[in-house]
Design a protein around this ligand. Structure first.
Ligand code: ASP
Length: 309
């Protein structure tokens, strides 16, 4: 049997040790462990990488601790607009949704776009219509209401600023979630889901639903899920850049991931991180911020759950 592995993230940002209470620290680690266990169990039982990343991300979307699904941040209009994407490295099929409201698990919808539509990327009203046609319940806004996130928004709502969920100054954190997996057949996949950035305006779309920017998978190279200031990750085409460095420069997963996060994106002042796997089950989880909620497990015995640098 080949080596198989799963890595997940719950966002990167100014996560400095000591800024968080011991109780909150435990809550985050427990939530990460839960998502890791659920995704890994699928791989262990011979399931596909796509199934594993979907399950891990759904579990994170259902937790109010992360900025995706239930815990999504507020837009400038006091609403929630979520983005998600998923990609299968075996077939190079992909599905993505953006600017969606009322959907409990955006990653499921992205997977349905991949599997049940002729398209790759659906946004806004059209994406919701597609969801309804496929039997999705539309949740009331109250499902996504979180007092902490509402406070975050109230603090900056009258300004032009928008901010990463886990980042600096105002509250200190990013919160997009993601998962990458390599299954027992050496097939890999990536999934990413987010509420975007607090106080975002005018139909702003980040890197998370953009194939190649915040999410990418190709069995030939790697599966990547990103978190960070989306505007920079889009301009640097981060996820695809890791793949290109492996394909065209023959770099290892680790070297390619480090080059993009610690050199290329930093040069344009982009902050954040990524998780990545290759078809041998190797894992990389670099970030250039103070911390990144992250966890991974591999059939070769490696297991890690960490927050800080
Ligand atoms: N990358 C996400 C965005 O820009 C934010 C995050 O990673 O928390 O929408």
């Amino acid at each position: 049997m080949k080596n198989f592995s799963l890595a997940i993230h719950g966002g990167a940002g100014t996560l400095v040790k000591g800024m968080m209470t011991a109780d909150l620290d435990t809550q985050y680690k427990t939530a990460l462990q839960n998502a890791l266990d659920k995704g890994y169990a699928i791989l262990e039982h011979g399931g596909t990488a796509i199934e594993a990343v979907e399950k891990a991300v759904i579990t994170l979307e259902d937790s109010p601790l992360f900025n995706a699904g239930k815990g999504s941040v507020f837009t400038a209009n006091e609403t929630h607009e979520m983005d998600a994407s998923i990609m299968d490295g075996k077939t190079i099929n992909a599905g993505a949704v953006s600017l969606i409201t009322g959907i409990k698990n955006p990653i499921r919808l992205a997977k349905d776009v991949m599997e049940k539509s002729e398209h790759v990327f659906l946004a806004g009203i059209g994406a919701i219509e597609f969801a309804k046609a496929n039997g999705y319940a539309i949740e009331d806004e109250s499902y996504f209401y979180d007092e902490f996130r509402h406070q975050q928004w109230l603090e900056i709502k009258d300004s032009d600023s928008f901010q990463l969920d886990h980042s600096a100054k105002k509250d200190s954190k990013f919160g997009t979630v993601g998962a990458v997996a390599c299954d027992q057949n050496g097939n890999i996949a990536a999934a990413t889901s987010t509420g975007g950035m607090t106080n975002k305006k005018w139909g702003r779309i980040g890197d998370s639903p953009m194939i190649g920017a915040g999410n990418y998978a190709n069995n030939k190279t790697c599966a990547v899920s990103c978190t960070g200031s989306g505007e920079f990750f889009i301009r640097a085409v981060v996820a695809y850049d890791v793949s290109c460095l492996m394909e065209h420069k023959n770099m290892s997963l680790k070297d390619a991931s480090n080059e993009v996060i610690h050199n290329r994106i930093l040069k344009i002042k982009g902050d954040g991180g990524l998780i990545a796997v290759d078809s041998k089950g190797n894992i990389a989880m670099p970030f250039n911020t103070e911390g990144m909620y992250r966890a991974c497990k591999s059939s070769n015995g490696k297991e890690e759950i960490s927050i800080y640098r």
